[in-house]
Write a protein that binds this ligand. Structure first.
Ligand code: CP
Length: 296
């Protein structure tokens, strides 16, 4: 594997290698030390993705080159291709990039270094999907037949696209629910998912509920004008969580507490939310080490 730009371009062999290497790293069997540098270039803000990539670089013995766009020549108009060529000249063999521009990571694969997509606009967030799937695999053993409900703003969510696709590919029965304006049936079809008619029925049937952040920064029009109303109709409130006592709760973060999910249930024993975050460095260490081998 040389690049990780999206879930569909991962072969079954790639997927197997990522899961196997993640398991090895989880059990303390580290891959050979990474020779050289890995660069991180986050044009968009991030806490868990960027920091877990930086931790992953440290875990595999890579030298981290962290570009801070607001303190770099990007402020002078340097384009992503030029920034990547500069990082390559300095010695970066792999670049981790987060951007608001869909498909930029794929475009950058033409230049040379391995490219890892850390989220590109509304398109994909493949390492989030891999860590979500790994969290479920560790918790449930298999995704085959698992009923997963993804709830919220699908229209603007790269997580819905990446995790929904990967869950379905691993055998889960994926259902989408959310405001009709944010839940396009064509997207559900593309993911191999169905759209729920009634939230309460979907919650009752679900083994796992992954609720999504309302992404007001990506909404060009006000599709969710009233957050209190959103919580009432679509939120995983404490009352809903207790009325449906069977499902495990996930959220890719960062959560709008008190909107799509109530703060007091995030650390409930049925919540996997902290485990998802904790899984990040392991999955990303596996991905970076495999991309480093592919780019060698
Ligand atoms: N899940 C996720 O991408 O979180 P960050 O924006 O904090 O990286």
């Amino acid at each position: 594997m040389r690049h990780l730009t999206d879930i569909p371009s991962l072969s079954d062999v790639d997927l197997h290698e990522i899961f196997a290497r993640t398991k090895d790293i989880r059990q303390g069997r580290m891959p050979p030390a990474f020779h050289g540098s890995i660069a991180s270039l986050f044009y968009e803000p991030s806490t868990r993705t960027e920091l877990s990539f930086l931790k992953a670089m440290d875990m595999i013995g890579a030298h981290a080159l962290r570009v801070l766009p607001e303190r770099s020549s990007i402020t002078k108009g340097e384009n992503p291709e030029e920034t990547l060529r500069t990082l390559q000249a300095i010695g970066a063999r792999v670049l981790v990039v987060r951007t608001s521009e869909p498909l930029l990571p794929e475009r950058l694969t033409q230049i040379g270094p391995g490219i890892v997509n850390a989220g590109d606009g509304c398109h994909e967030h493949p390492t989030q999907a891999l860590l979500d799937a790994t969290t479920l695999l560790e918790t449930r053993g298999s995704l085959e037949g698992l009923r997963v409900l993804i709830l919220g703003d699908h229209l603007h969510s790269r997580v819905s696209r990446s995790s929904g696709r990967l869950f379905a590919r691993l055998g889960a029965k994926v259902t989408l629910a959310g405001p009709p304006s944010l839940t396009p049936p064509a997207l559900a079809e593309a993911l191999g998912a169905r759209v729920a008619d009634r939230l309460d029925d979907a919650l009752e049937e679900a083994d796992v509920v992954m609720t999504l952040r309302i992404q007001r920064e990506r909404q060009s029009e006000s599709l969710v004008p009233d957050l209190a109303e959103y919580r009432r109709v679509w939120g995983i409130t404490r009352a809903r969580f207790e009325t449906h006592p069977h499902f495990l709760l996930m959220h890719p973060g960062p959560a709008n507490l008190g909107v799509e999910v109530d703060g007091e249930i995030v650390d409930d024993t049925r919540s996997l939310i902290r485990r998802q975050v904790a899984m990040g460095p392991f999955v990303r260490a596996a991905v970076l080490s495999l991309c480093g081998e592919g780019a060698a």
